[in-house]
Ligand binder design. Sequence first.
Ligand SMILES: C[S@@+](CC[C@H](N)C(=O)[O-])C[C@H]1O[C@@H](n2cnc3c(N)ncnc32)[C@H](O)[C@@H]1O
Ligand SMILES: [Zn+2]
Length: 337
Amino acid sequence: MKQNTLDFLCCPICKGSLSLSIRKKLGEEIQSGRLLCDSCSEEYRIVSDRPILMGNNTIHNWLSPIDEALNPNEITLPEGPFSLLRLKRLGVEEAKELASSQANQSIPDNAFSVRNDLKQLQGKIKYIKSGKWLRARDRGKKWLNSLNNPSESVKSFLSLAESRNPDSLLDIASGGGSGVASLADVLPAKAKVFSVERDLKCLWIIQEKFKHIRKQANSESIGADVRQLPIKNDSIGVVTSMMAMQELLGVSSVLEEIHRVLKPGGSYIALFNKEPWVYDMIQIDQYKRFAKAVDMYSGYPDLVATAENESLSLKGLEEFIENGKEYCLVEFGKEKK
Ligand SMILES: C[S@@+](CC[C@H](N)C(=O)[O-])C[C@H]1O[C@@H](n2cnc3c(N)ncnc32)[C@H](O)[C@@H]1O
Ligand SMILES: [Zn+2]
């Protein structure tokens, strides 16, 4: 992590300022250290260059939002894509009941220990940082091929973000980082690019992609939950998300956080599937009923209504059909002061 990244960071829990203590620094990169919240005294760590701004009891693995709604205390393998088969097996009414009984239960401390998971990831982190991960199985070649040949919808997503000429961009729920690396690639080198993801192993993969396109000097992947962004108020020019909407539980909290971190006049640019994908496994209306009840993505009109509720107004919409699937590219704006 670069020291000047601290200008943008705050405590994800109470939004207080952070004090940095460095343990090891190599060139511009702080390799290990601590970030201590000046207000609530929570402590976060910088591990193998990456700041992990999440509490110990935050989920830091991949988990389907359906499974997260039904049991946030356990990492389980999905039953079919997004665990749609689990939803079908339970039936929507029972699933809604189960989710609401879970929503009131707090996750016990140490249910998910960042520290333990990071210990287990050490070998993998080394492998990724050595560049071997990207070279294996032609991963790098395939990724660069898609970076250089984006679909029409991705092309428009990238050029919309670029046209806003942000001095800082935050991509949320970045996954393996294809989207945010493409954004870093098209933006001028001086623009700060941040990426937030909770599945920890992704952080080093994303940073490796920044390095590969020579944008690591101003780009930073951060471990955090997008419903608790560790980013200061009014600090980001453009927030983006690419094909992440259906993976989020708590869409309204995410939009509230996006509104908080955007500068007045800033934009949230999102590319997503127009209708939730249900792969013929469950009726779409049934899916939407569950999704609405637990605050998951339930389609374009609901998303616009939720965004407007969070004071993000619709500025533009473009639609695409690619391989028979419908996509939306939208821009939401935060009011100017
Ligand atoms: C499919 S990826 C999006 C694709 C990505 N933009 C890309 O370019 O490859 C969605 C990601 O959202 C992450 N995610 C889901 N809920 C999250 C949360 N609450 N906080 C942070 N990340 C989250 C998942 O871990 C997953 O990696
Ligand atoms: Zn705090």
